[in-house]
Design a protein around this ligand. Structure first.
Ligand code: OGA
Ligand code: NI
Length: 379
């Protein structure tokens, strides 16, 4: 009996689920229902019933930042829109950016081909070691999740690039070349956006002395991880999620998605579905930028829905300070009216936090809040 049949019967040993959700579709097998392992308790399931209070009634367009404005004479206006987007939604999209359609298309395409490889090939990169430079896996926190998510992923450490490229998948044959170009170009894009974000916070690098002065330099040497996500079709998409509500840990995430919708962000207690725009990047504020901005810019909860018909591929590029650095609120954003709201935070504290529990929502960021100001700025 093929293994997928066993899984459908819900008698599969735990080890089967560790191999991910793509296997359900390998060898032309079509799953009729979602195995128990992926069924969320009713309160955590995604609802599309517009009668319910947490479901948005309108399709939603994220604030859009046009690079022609940001890098031209309209910069101050674009910076204002950028700042507003980071305060209000923690998300925006960028259009007319520096990365060519071809580079974008190739990156989605090569990852799609990677996930199409036979399981034995993908399994070469399977590990639960969080420090592994290349990690193929499934769900969200694979070793902690009690209910699994409908997602497989490939995580690639990407800085310093030349150290890591030889460790990346050698199949498909063009994988390394395509992903390396993409890594270089997303890093440049990150630096341009980060500089604009600092300016929008009133932290101008060139004209001031002091600690923050070096932060752009630090970013040049930043940590960079790329995560390719694969969400196969799901026979009962109302029972499960591709990714649970979470926030991203770094400064910024640059997300590239194909034309299949699935990403939702939380805004005023409702889940808003983001409509894909071809070749646009979705950029979101991560926990470290919320901390650095002393709470001004918001690291917002987001999640991923799956659907019955189409598989979906996305690539998230996560950027932060070097792994050995400490993130703290910028002294320039602390004064009597705005006391320091977050503890100094190292990557180690994040890794040890997520290694010890099933992380949900914004647990980690909440744990870094200074208690005297804990609840005064609800998100
Ligand atoms: C992520 C993420 C969203 C998506 O990788 O952290 O939120 O649409 N991805 O795949
Ligand atoms: Ni995310």
């Amino acid at each position: 009996m093929p293994s997928a049949m066993t899984i459908e019967d819900d008698t599969a040993p735990e080890i089967q689920y560790q191999k991910g959700v793509k296997q359900f579709y390998d060898n032309g097998h079509l799953l009729q229902r979602v195995p128990k392992k992926y069924i969320l308790p009713p309160s955590e399931r995604p609802s599309t019933n517009m009668e319910e209070p947490n479901v948005a009634t309108l399709n939603f367009q994220l604030p859009t930042i046009d690079f022609v404005d940001l890098l031209g004479p309209n910069r101050s206006h674009a910076l204002q829109s950028l700042g507003n987007a980071c305060e209000k939604y923690g998300f925006f999209q960028v259009v007319n950016h520096s990365i060519s359609d071809e580079v974008v298309r190739n990156m989605l395409d090569v990852n799609e081909r990677f996930f199409d490889l036979p399981m034995e090939e993908r399994a070469k990169y399977m590990t639960t070691d969080m420090h592994a430079p290349v990690r193929y896996g499934t769900s969200f926190s694979q070793t902690k999740d009690t209910v699994f998510c409908w997602r497989d992923f490939l995580k690639l450490l990407s800085h310093p690039l030349s150290d890591f490229i030889p460790l990346w998948p050698s199949s498909p044959v063009d994988y390394r070349e395509v992903a390396a170009t993409y890594a270089e170009e997303t890093k440049e894009l990150f630096l341009t956006i980060m500089e604009a974000i600092l300016e929008s916070l009133g932290i101008k690098e060139s004209s001031q002395e002091g600690k923050d002065n070096n932060i752009l330099k630090d970013f040049e040497n930043c940590s960079h991880m790329m995560v390719a996500n694969f969400y196969p079709p799901c026979p009962q998409p109302d029972l499960t999620l591709g990714m649970p509500p979470h926030s991203d840990y770094g400064f910024l995430t640059l997300l590239l998605q194909d034309q299949v919708q699935g990403l939702q962000i939380q805004f005023q207690g409702k889940w808003l579905t983001i409509q894909p725009i071809p070749n646009a990047f979705i950029v979101n504020v991560g926990d470290h930028l919320e901390i650095f901005s002393n709470g001004k810019y918001k690291s917002v909860l987001h999640r991923v829905l799956v659907n019955e018909v189409k598989s979906r591929v996305s690539v998230a590029s996560l950027h932060s300070l070097p792994f050995n650095s400490t993130v703290r609120p910028s002294p320039k954003l602390i004064d009597e009216e705005n006391p320091k709201r977050y503890m100094d935070t190292s990557f180690d504290s994040f890794i040890s936090y997520i290694s010890t529990r099933e992380t949900k929502n914004k647990d980690f960021l909440d744990s870094r809040k200074l208690t005297c100001v804990h609840n005064d700025k609800p998100n």
